[in-house]
Write a protein that binds this ligand. Structure first.
Ligand code: GLN
Length: 278
């Protein structure tokens, strides 16, 4: 079977078909394009057909390949974890702006899932000391695999938000918590259907987890430390109100690249005359 024909006959968008065939043939995209009129072997054609079939049934490309790129690195993903989204790179950028390059600050990632956020922060700020928690063991094993793959040292705990962290405090806490409302029709569409509900759904109004995090984080933040978390497109005002009710300072919301209010945060008061983490 000719490569170009295989791609065209798959019935998938060309980009997706290429991503699958690249994996089967273990060749980069440029090779596929340059060799479009060559034949692929029968075994390769068969392996490709079975991936195409999975994709046609709706399975996300990231789960079929077992990988997704985030902040310029490849991360292992599995159906136990949310597929990293490009908009979450905003949370990473905001966190990096608050982690000094040469200081060994303590950073916590709540609900780490694939570990994409924690591992990225550890790679970008080798001096930072990363802790990551998730309530799901299967997710944690994916996160651990990603820390190993990228050769970073992250402390992992299994627990419900701060459940495994009593007495610990941090210089920065980040989270991409579940924030979709349980009746949101978006849950029944596209890739999201295949993702863990537990990583997506934040109760009836989507804010259940954010409420808990905003309330509990205070006791785990050092003076001057920020809490930053991702939320839904229509939740910014509600999130800022939650932060205000818990007396955070410097409360802000930031838009993602699509202009959607995507991350909010605030911080506890800096110590009198103490160092001020900006
Ligand atoms: N942004 C994701 C979505 O809309 C939700 C991610 C999350 O709940 N943290 O599918």
């Amino acid at each position: 079977m000719i490569i170009g024909q295989l791609l065209a006959d798959s019935g998938l968008p060309l980009l997706e078909a290429r991503m699958l065939l690249e994996r089967v043939l273990e060749k980069p995209r440029a090779w596929l394009i340059a060799h479009a009129d060559e034949a692929a072997g029968a075994a390769a054609a068969e392996a490709f057909a079975s991936m195409v079939e999975r994709r046609r049934r709706g399975e996300p490309i990231a789960y079929i390949l077992g990988e997704r790129e985030f902040y310029g690195r490849e991360f292992q993903v599995a159906p136990s974890v949310l597929i990293p989204r490009p908009e979450t790179e905003l949370l990473v950028e905001l966190a990096l702006a608050r982690i000094p390059v040469n200081e060994s600050v303590r950073v916590l990632d709540l609900g780490t899932g694939s570990g994409a956020i924690a591992v990225t922060l550890a790679k970008e700020r080798p001096q930072a000391r990363l802790t990551a928690v998730d309530v799901d063991y299967a997710a944690l094993s994916v996160a651990r695999a990603n820390a190993k793959r990228h050769r970073v040292n992250v402390r992992f705990f299994c627990g419900d938000w701060f459940g495994a962290l009593s007495g610990e405090s941090f210089d920065l806490i980040v989270a991409n918590p579940p924030y979709v409302a349980s009746a949101d029709p978006h849950l029944a569409a596209g890739d999201v259907r295949f993702e863990p509900q537990r990583a997506l759904v934040g109760g009836a109004d989507g804010l259940e987890c954010i409420r808990v995090i905003v309330a509990q984080a205070r006791a785990h933040l050092n003076p001057g430390a920020w809490l930053l978390f991702e939320h839904g497109y229509d939740q910014a005002a509600a999130c800022r109100a939650l932060l205000e009710a818990q007396a955070y300072g410097d409360i802000q919301t930031w838009p993602d690249l699509a202009g959607i209010a995507r991350v909010s945060g605030g911080r506890v008061a800096p110590a009198e005359g103490g160092a001020d983490l900006e």
